[in-house]
Write a protein that binds this ligand. Sequence first.
Ligand SMILES: Cc1ncc(COP(=O)(O)O)c(C=O)c1O
Length: 379
Amino acid sequence: MKFPVNDIINLLDDRLELNLAESTNKDLILEEIWDEAFSQGLKKLKLEYGTSQGNEELRELVSQKLEVDKKNIVITNGSAFGNFLSMLCLCDTGDEVITVQPNFPPMMDLIEGLGFKKKLLKLSFEEKYQLNEEELFKTITEKTKLIILVSPLNPTGTTLSRAEVEKISIRLNDEYPNCRLLIDETYREATYGNNEVIPTFAGLKNNIITVSSLSKCHGTPGLRIGWLYSSDANFIKEVSIAKVNTVITNSVLDEYVATQVLKKETEIFQARRIQSAKGLELTKKWVELNEQFIKWNEPSAGALCCIKLKETIFGQEQIEQFYSLSKHAGIQIASGEWFGETNRCFRLGFGYMEIKQLIKTLEKLTEIIKVTVTNKELL
Ligand SMILES: Cc1ncc(COP(=O)(O)O)c(C=O)c1O
């Protein structure tokens, strides 16, 4: 098999009711954006092929958001396809792609799946998953064609600063002009309450490519709509040709709905950011309540974070019991192992479930932790 097996597939195929593993904000129901204009547009929609670069109105809306030219944007099937097309277009056999670990599993596995050399830069819980520029540059060689950084990072919710990215990009351009820097900013707009949204890295420097999508912050992963930006017109052309040669175009139905989602994103964001802020506050209190047993790194953005089961309390047997009792209680937990971390860590998504359900689930998890460490029966 070309792609390694990863149990993250259970998040799609074997969903449990109390989903603490999800990385998205609350799912959007079509009703939230349904009005007369939407309905009329839908009725008259011609189910033809789309265009290679993607629907023009949709690209216009994305370009306004990123403050870039729409001719430099390609609509993709989620950020996942933007990452895929970038690797495909920039790398040949024998070339290397560098990314960080922990990370969204398909990001790491795709490099291998496409037959390129995977180089992973390990980030550690103890160092708050911060990127070390020197370590990154030690990993780069003349064969490195692409570096993929993720901000905010899945599963940690850590972000890269503008100064950090600018410095890396300038140094990369000086030392390795044939290597591009892709910033996956899929979670960029998933902020909390009225917190400022992190500015995009699109357009910051010419060697930077960005990808993002409607999946996480708008709660519409099922639409499969994302976008790729590059200031390089030739690269945009290459990506569009690669798109036509693989999926031809996006679905015009998806593009239509995505356009309406973007037009109404202010309201869509508002509800989800309020929920994320409450979710984060609850998670913080929950971590404090259980500080004897667990620790975390507070995220900067994205409705997700990493929780670590303390080494002094949890042996491997207890860790396994924790996962098994959680599953038995109908709680979906995303093991750190999925992301290239140890299973002592797990990803906790606090923006997906309704608040009442999140409270109930965290209470159950406290009970499971206590039962695990005291070897008592679950009440
Ligand atoms: C960092 C990152 N990039 C890309 C994706 C894929 O998202 P999309 O639904 O936009 O393809 C994910 C999904 O979890 C992700 O975490």
